[in-house]
Ligand binder design. Structure first.
Ligand SMILES: *[C@@H]1O[C@H](CO)[C@@H](O)[C@H](O)[C@H]1NC(C)=O
Ligand SMILES: *[C@@H]1O[C@H](CO)[C@@H](O)[C@H](O)[C@H]1NC(C)=O
Ligand SMILES: *[C@@H]1O[C@H](CO)[C@@H](O)[C@H](O)[C@H]1NC(C)=O
Ligand SMILES: *[C@@H]1O[C@H](CO)[C@@H](O)[C@H](O)[C@H]1NC(C)=O
Length: 501
């Protein structure tokens, strides 16, 4: 029998921690960004950067995300860290880091680590910690070992990075493949791999295999959970299906790449199969990314379905915020025609651009309505990303030993729980069936413009009474809209800044 802990965290900074004992799993509750903290961070960046609007978008784009609380060191210091399936190191901002010492107390509001106040702190790699994220932000410093605590579960001798020089005001918990640790890239040597959090949990007998399940829950609900070493059968609906993770061309499994093989738009008015030259599309399931990024040909069709359009000034596809009431949805198909499908409703795909008063369309067909970002954006090259806008609608199990993903439709707001641990090292995902004929992926060699028969239905609100896009033709081109001249006012972050783009 091994330690089990169900750890529930209340408000991020309130620090109420509950834990209970059980069987080979560790549960850690996660929360979406505390809006106030995010606001402060964005405000600070706004003051520093020349182009505030672009900065805001980039920031939202790459690191929105989910946070969890922990204690590090002896005695434990409280920190709130971002959970990231797209990286593999835990790192924390040093209390003396410049970014944490900026004006007032805003810097590093989610906590910093002061090594001088931990009796169990030990530097093991001076100057060897050096990580850079997709958005160009980075953290550098030392590798150290110390105690890492989740509730009353203590992981001893955990290797972590100490961010002495960083432009990120909070730390991260990377739970990806150990081979993807920053130290491996720095030293160019696989021998540098150390046991990262999920591996260390196995080594210390807290869980049985290197695997965990992620339940992000509803956009309107602020919290979800990560369950190390098990699955919770009450957090999804229908079948849990196992699909393959794809290795790199060198044969390494280093990130959670799966095959996206179809995308359908559905609404009360009809259904369209969207096409792309890129199918089957390698997509990374990345909890550290807020939005989802698909090839431009495919994303453009999704935009037309919902009446979103690309706004070059902010580098993102936008749409009216009230489109969150649309009855339409997108169905993402994986691993071929017999593989699992995940439906994502419009209520999960319309995101605020700022925390303050929303910007408004000043002219064009959407005049007077609030501007939001669309959850499906475009990107130029593989790998593409399915971030939180997709992941919230899915219950995803990451099995890093068998290199498989278990995926099912999420059960939003489920309060029931039935936890099934992986029984042993290398055991397959419990209660899951393998997707049939995974190699027969749907290839669509040429891009055919869909009929956009779902488009009209997307424009109808949930009540079906009001039209969300009055007078708008079912499928209108982006060109048409830009001709009418879209200008946008950004009353950014309640700070009184006013931009006309
Ligand atoms: C810890 O102590 C060292 C050596 O005295 C000092 O350079 C460093 O700034 C201290 N760190 C913090 C976070 O106070
Ligand atoms: C602590 O972790 C480091 C890095 O993984 C390892 O080299 C060392 O042997 C571990 N020490 C103990 C006491 O387990
Ligand atoms: C989940 O809970 C949130 C917050 O209580 C609520 O706003 C949302 O509508 C719920 N979602 C579903 C699908 O019931
Ligand atoms: C996204 O699409 C727009 C409009 O087609 C294009 O201008 C932009 O360069 C694309 N962005 C990327 C990253 O491919």
């Amino acid at each position: 029998m091994r330690g089990y802990a169900a750890v529930a965290f209340g408000a991020i900074l309130a620090g109420a921690v509950h834990a209970s004992a059980g069987n080979g799993v560790v549960q850690w509750d996660i929360r979406r960004t505390q809006r106030q903290e995010e606001l402060q961070r964005l405000n600070r960046r706004l003051r520093k950067r020349a182009n505030p609007v672009l900065e805001v978008i980039t920031n939202e784009k790459i690191r929105g995300g989910y946070f969890a609380t922990c204690k590090i060191g002896t005695p434990g210091q409280d920190l709130t860290l971002q959970l990231d399936t797209g990286s593999s190191d835990i790192w924390v901002p040093d209390s003396a880091a410049q970014v944490c010492r900026e004006i007032g107390t805003e810097g590093c509001a989610l906590g910093t680590f002061n090594p001088n106040r931990s009796s169990s702190f030990e530097v093991i790699g001076e100057g060897q910690f050096d990580i850079e994220y997709v958005d160009g932000s980075s953290s550098k410093g030392d590798y150290f070992t110390d105690v890492f605590q989740i509730g009353d579960i203590s992981v001893q001798n955990m290797t972590m990075g100490l961010g002495l020089h960083t432009d990120i005001a909070y730390g991260l918990v990377g739970v990806g493949y150990a081979i993807n640790e920053a130290i491996v890239a720095t030293t160019q040597s696989r021998d540098s791999v150390y046991p990262n959090l999920p591996v260390q949990m196995v080594d210390q007998g807290l869980i049985n295999t290197v695997a965990y399940s992620l339940w992000l829950n509803d956009l309107d609900a602020s919290s979800g959970s990560i369950l190390f070493g098990g699955i919770d059968t009450e957090k999804y609906q229908g079948e849990l299906t196992r699909i393959d993770i794809y290795p790199t061309s060198q044969g390494d499994f280093s990130s959670f790449v799966v095959a996206l093989t179809s995308l359908e738009a559905r609404s009360p008015s009809g259904q369209d199969t969207l096409t792309s030259q890129e199918f089957p599309i390698p997509v990374v399931l990345d909890s550290g990314t807020t939005l989802s990024y698909l090839p431009t040909d495919l994303a453009t069709q999704a935009w037309k379905e919902v009446g979103a359009f690309y706004l070059p000034e902010v580098g993102a596809a936008v749409l009216p915020c009230d489109m969150e009431n649309s009855k339409g949805s997108f169905s993402f198909g994986f691993a071929g025609p017999d593989g699992p499908r995940i439906t994502v409703g419009m209520d999960e795909l319309v995101l605020d651009m700022t925390d303050g008063q929303a910007p408004q369309f000043l002219s064009g067909p959407y005049k007077g309505r609030d501007v939001c970002q669309f959850g499906i954006q475009n990107f130029t090259s593989a790998p593409f990303l399915l971030g939180d806008t997709f992941l919230r609608s899915a219950y995803v199990v990451y099995d890093l030993v068998n290199n498989q993903i278990g995926i099912a439709a999420t059960d939003f707001n489920s309060t029931d729980s039935n936890i099934v641990p992986f029984p042993s090292m290398g055991a397959p995902i419990p209660s899951a069936t393998v997707a049939a004929n995974q190699r027969e992926v749907t290839r669509v060699p040429t891009v055919t413009e869909p009929a956009y028969s779902a488009s009209q239905g997307f424009m109808e609100s949930a009540s079906g009474e009001e039209s969300l896009a009055p007078g708008m033709p079912a499928a209108w081109g982006m060109g048409q809209l830009l001709v009418v001249g879209v200008t946008m006012a950004l009353t950014a972050l309640g700070s009184g800044l006013f931009f006309v783009l």
